[in-house]
Design a protein around this ligand. Structure first.
Ligand code: SF4
Length: 371
């Protein structure tokens, strides 16, 4: 199991530095320095779940380990991680596979080098990787688990770095398969890349590494924008704090300035809501304020008392069930349940059926949207 703590200090990058830096060079600098993050809970659950899956897949896990890991991470993190790890469909590692495997690539990103070598410019740890053969064709692959709430993507800076790493470790491969699997939402993302992609990614990531070090030398700058809404380092960012604490009259300010303040305030409100939801779910309950409460409260919503009775009355009035469904206009959630049922009954691929029956259409919305 490789760790970033046993490599020399110096001018090299991890894939996370580049991902952060692509949005904002200040965030890239925070990432490199390893400063605290806003949501350390998700990060810690991710680390602990990866550790458990490493032990499971290497068939090293035994119950006595539980106490050590529980002490290291605390019961709250450990219990959530154990539950997540136990829900995964993992397979024991085969002899020719690697797990939590560190790849270090030299400048130029063409050759692999030793994990601890001071020649490395880009370092990455792959959750699981190997070389397989499909009708004689060698294919290098990487499988990456995620345990946050973001949709998985196999088309990110991290994935491009993994393709570069696989190409350096397995130069005999003809294709490169990247799978990213969100183990919290059970959503996979898959992409297959070839050597043209490797050449393109080496240029693209090489340019991003150069930019990272250029900005490090010339001074990093805050880039207030939609990325800030999900930035890990807001608590440490002076420009963000200034924006949140700005109490000046907003009317009359330039639309761009108002948009930045709007984004900062809606983000802060969302953070506060998440915090209060957690707090008021516990012993404290809703918080009493003059004239009302903040927290959970009972409201009313309408629902169908009995679908069976409704269908019965409809039929008695001479209606057909098909017409009733058409009038009721089946929602997406109900539609997905039906698709899942069809898939179970006829054994057809759920994804293909979903693509056939559920389509995406453009809708006008208003708010902060990342691009
Ligand atoms: S909050 Fe925004 S400006 Fe500050 S470091 Fe994060 S992305 Fe950059």
């Amino acid at each position: 199991m490789h760790s970033y703590s046993n490599v020399p200090k110096g001018d090299w990058v991890r894939t996370t530095y580049l991902s952060q830096n692509a949005n904002c060079s200040l965030a890239g600098g925070f990432s490199e320095k390893g400063v605290g993050q806003v949501d350390s809970h998700l990060r810690d659950v991710g680390r602990c779940t990866h550790l458990l899956l490493y032990l499971y897949q290497k068939e090293l896990w035994h119950d006595q380990m539980e106490a050590d890991i529980l002490i290291e991470y605390g019961p709250h993190i450990f219990n959530e991680s154990k539950e997540l790890a136990d829900r995964q469909d993992w397979e024991a590692l085969s002899d020719d596979e690697e797990q939590e495997f560190g790849i270090a690539v030299q400048p130029g990103l063409v050759f692999e080098t030793e994990w601890t070598s001071d020649k490395a410019q880009l370092r990455m740890i792959l959750d699981r990787c190997g070389l397989m053969h499909d009708e004689g064709m060698p294919i290098a692959y990487s499988f990456d688990w995620k345990f946050g709430w973001a949709d998985p993507s196999a088309d990110t800076i991290q994935s491009k770095c993994h393709v570069i790493g696989l190409a350096a470790k397995y130069p005999e491969a003809m294709l490169f398969n990247i799978t990213v699997f969100n183990g919290r939402m059970f959503k996979p993302a898959f992409r297959e890349y070839n050597w043209d992609d490797v050449t393109r990614f080496r240029q693209e990531i090489g340019a991003q590494i150069d930019a990272f070090f250029r900005q490090k030398k010339s001074g990093r700058k805050a880039r207030i924008g939609a990325y800030c809404a999900t930035c890990y380092y807001r608590e440490h960012c002076g420009d963000w704090k200034e924006l949140v604490n700005d109490t000046s009259e907003w009317r009359g300010q330039k639309p761009e300035k108002v948009a930045k303040r709007y984004m900062a305030m809606t983000t802060t409100t969302a953070d506060m809501k998440a915090h209060l939801e957690k707090v008021t779910k516990g012993d404290s309950g809703p918080i009493q304020l003059p004239g009302g409460i903040v927290g959970p409260y009972l409201s009313q919503k309408s629902e169908i008392a009995s679908t069976t009775d409704l269908i019965k009355d409809w039929k008695q009035a001479g209606g057909k069930v098909e017409d009733m469904i058409e009038i009721a206009s089946l929602g997406v959630t109900a539609g997905k349940k039906v698709v899942r049922q069809i898939s179970k009954q006829n054994g057809k691929n759920y994804k293909e059926l979903e693509e056939k029956h559920i389509r995406k259409i453009p809708v006008a919305k208003f708010g902060v949207k990342k691009q």
